[in-house]
Design a protein around this ligand. Structure first.
Ligand code: UDX
Length: 429
């Protein structure tokens, strides 16, 4: 099928590449000419495993191209996906101005029947607004359908998530676009949920909030574990074996971050408020998340007593492994808090150093993981990169002024760390 994707962020670019990979012809539209040039020249503006190869192969095969022209995308395609940002406003609600602008642009470019699909995460009832807007601004007065098709990919695993989705959600008012949507997703062999637009939009916010809730739940359990000598990983393993619960998203940490969970939680709380419901449960999820970071910082300051002029090594800056994204990263938040107390920071991340340089000032960016511990009073693990498990711990202990480690991701074994002579503090163990 001929598809246009408007917006080449994580969702747009990965969707475009994967749709092309399974044989569709895809035009990706972005209003940033510099980004379009990078992509056209074979570059990738984000780090995402497997994406660069996939984009290059599909550009070479003539199934994927990039343009700054919405008109070109719309007129050359049967189905137009909207994948533009929906950032938070200061009051927690969602800024829908990019969606509205794209809806107007699509409307004025349409000269024949189109299916307009919203892939961005939006508040329930946005589909109605998109529909109204297209009707109002469509010069040619042609027919169209609006579909909600939320995306569930995780950064760092985006290509794999998109190629092997747990389910595909298609929200629509009429039956007309259903066959085309099914045809687009047929090669992915995933269960397809066809529902109304409002339910489809809600599925996304309800799912992300539930996953954030799962993390806050285990983080709350980690508090009880620390107070009682239990081990949160053992508890999570035992809980996770119950198929009704499942083990995934039960890893206690210094808190969740990223461009989705914090934003989607605030948005869902706001949406609920607007329909007259105080979603106190989700407010508690946010509170536990903040408390988890506070507890971690307190652990560090109680152990080191005074942070001023202490040298602290920080492993990990991205909001999680396998990504170079530092937006709402707990690791960055932690660095800023330690810095505020006067700590001197030596930081490292396998992929996120460049992006972190934009937000962290007056820290030493260390080029390799093994040099981070040199002269440190303590070492902190802030992101769960697999490679951190390969840290040469003997060498690390020797290089540090004091062998103290704060592990915000439970990457190491407490007994082993103690045996190696470390003062080792992790989460819920
Ligand atoms: C999330 C959703 O998972 C995805 O379905 C949606 O499309 C976008 O939002 P993403 O933000 O890319 O994806 O990352 P995710 O893997 O969900 O992790 C979010 C945060 O939670 C990270 O900071 C991560 O480190 C943290 N996390 C995750 C935990 O602290 N514990 C866990 O068990 C899982």
């Amino acid at each position: 099928m001929k598809l246009a994707i408007i917006g080449t962020g994580y969702v747009g670019l990965v969707s475009g590449a994967c749709f092309a990979e399974v044989g569709h012809t895809v035009i990706c539209v972005d209003n940033d000419p510099a980004k379009v040039k990078v992509l056209t020249d074979g570059g990738i503006p984000i780090y995402e495993p497997g994406l660069e190869e996939m984009v290059k192969a599909n550009v070479a095969a003539g199934r994927l191209r990039f343009t700054t022209s919405t008109e070109e995308g719309v007129q050359g395609s049967d189905v137009i996906f909207i994948a533009v940002p929906t950032p938070p406003l200061p009051d927690g609600s969602v800024d829908l101005s990019y969606i509205e602008k794209v809806a107007r642009e699509i409307a004025s470019a349409m000269t024949s029947y189109k299916i307009v699909v919203d892939k961005s995460t939006v508040p329930v009832k946005t589909g109605d607004k998109v529909s109204e807007t297209i009707k109002r601004y469509c010069k040619a007065k042609v027919e169209f359908d609006v579909v909600s098709n939320p995306e569930f990919l995780r950064e760092g695993f985006a290509v794999d998530d998109l190629m092997h989705p747990d389910r595909v959600v298609i929200g629509t008012k009429s039956l007309r676009p259903v066959n085309a949507m099914k045809q687009i997703y047929l090669p992915f062999n995933a269960p397809i949920v066809v529902t109304d637009i409002n339910s489809a939009e809600l599925i996304k916010h309800a799912s992300n909030s539930f996953l954030a809730l799962k993390i806050s739940y285990i983080n709350a359990i980690s508090v009880i574990c620390e107070a009682t000598g239990a081990n949160v990983q053992e508890v999570a393993n035992g809980m996770g074996m119950d198929e009704r619960i499942g083990r995934r998203f039960l890893d206690a940490s210094l808190g969740f971050g990223g461009s989705c969970f914090p934003k989607d939680l605030s948005a869902f709380i706001k949406i609920s408020e607007q329909v007259g419901y105080d979603f106190g449960l989700l407010k508690e999820v946010q509170k536990i998340n903040t408390f988890q970071m506070d507890r971690f910082v307190k652990k560090i300051s109680e152990t080191l007593w005074v942070l001023k002029d202490k040298t602290i090594g920080v492993l990990g800056l991205a909001f999680k492994q396998n990504t170079d994204d530092v937006r709402m990263s707990p690791a960055i938040d932690l660095c800023l808090r330690l810095q505020k107390e006067g700590a001197i920071l030596r930081v490292y991340d396998p992929k996120a150093m460049d992006k972190a340089k934009g937000v962290l000032k007056d820290v030493t960016f260390v080029e390799d993981m093994d040099s981070v511990p040199e002269g440190c009073d303590a070492l902190v693990v802030a992101t769960e990169w697999e490679q951190f498990k390969k840290l040469d711990l003997e060498r690390c202990r020797g290089a540090m002024t004091h062998p103290i480690m704060f592990d915000g991701r439970n990457m190491f074994d407490p007994a082993e760390m103690e045996q190696l002579g470390f003062i080792y503090k992790s989460i819920g163990r």
